[in-house]
Design a protein. Structure first.
Length: 258
């Protein structure tokens, strides 16, 4: 549903400081906002995605898993200090959570990666999370009980938002009410062509919503496994620039909403 005009104008006030610091070509919430998010902390993201983003003055949100980034942790820390956001995607990327208690997940999956993020970027950072495997079924009980348990645990760690990997662009008021259910479009899985991605972005732009894209490997491989070629990735970034959409990290958007 289209957000009321008054609501979108109110958001502009909260975003004024954020937008004034952005490159001139990227300003303008009225033209849509998109966040480019990357899961798992993969080498191709460091080696291919980051240089392409830097070339265009764009910043991404990289949800990293410690077991994937450990060998190149210094490189990831550098990327985070250069304007990109490096955020929490758990320590080991578990997908079967029903057998874990909240205390076990805290000890095994949240505490180690959050400790590294604090040491690398400071305790004043905006804390974001992306659900590994897009699952929220932590512990026992109904699906709602499991999801609420997970969200409560994230809040206890001062995490302010959590991203899923399916759903339409996010309306402003819905995002404020449901920050632990951020909806996104996963390239390769939910959208296997650039045109489908652009249709999603145009929908966000036309309705004043927040588009969140999910990417994994940047390179040659099967689209069904989440691969996006380097040329397709570059074409996507160029299309976003031509559309006049503001590209912001998840942390920047959430800070503006707060």
């Amino acid at each position: 549903m289209r957000a009321p005009l008054l609501t979108r104008r109110s958001l502009l006030i909260g975003f004024s400081a954020l937008l004034s610091a952005a490159p001139a070509h990227a300003r303008g919430w009225q033209d849509g906002v998109v966040s480019l998010t990357f899961d798992d902390g993969l080498n191709s993201q460091l080696d291919v995605a980051v240089p392409e983003l830097d070339k265009r003055g764009m910043h991404g949100t990289f949800y990293v898993t410690w077991e994937n980034i450990e060998a190149r942790a210094d490189d990831w820390a550098r990327v985070g200090r250069e304007g990109h956001e490096v955020a929490d995607h758990s320590t080991h990327h578990p997908c079967d959570l029903a057998r874990l208690t909240a205390a076990q997940y805290q000890r095994r999956e949240l505490a180690p990666i959050e400790h590294w993020l604090d040491a690398s970027f400071g305790t004043g950072r905006v804390r974001d999370f992306a659900y590994p495997c897009d699952v929220t079924d932590l512990g026992s009980g109904s699906a709602n009980a499991q999801a609420h348990r997970f969200a409560r645990l994230l809040r206890q760690n001062a995490i302010v938002s959590a991203r899923t990997s399916e759903g339409p662009p996010n309306p402003i008021n819905w995002t404020r009410r449901h920050p632990f259910q951020l909806q996104a479009l996963a390239l390769g899985y939910d959208a296997d062509t650039l045109e489908k991605v652009l249709a999603y972005l145009r929908r966000a732009q036309a309705s004043g919503r927040w588009a969140v894209l999910v990417l994994h490997e940047i390179g040659d491989g099967a689209t069904s496994n989440g691969f996006v070629s380097a040329s397709e990735f570059a074409a996507l970034l160029d299309a976003i620039t031509r559309m006049g959409m503001r590209c912001a990290t998840v942390g920047e958007v959430m800070r503006g909403l707060r």
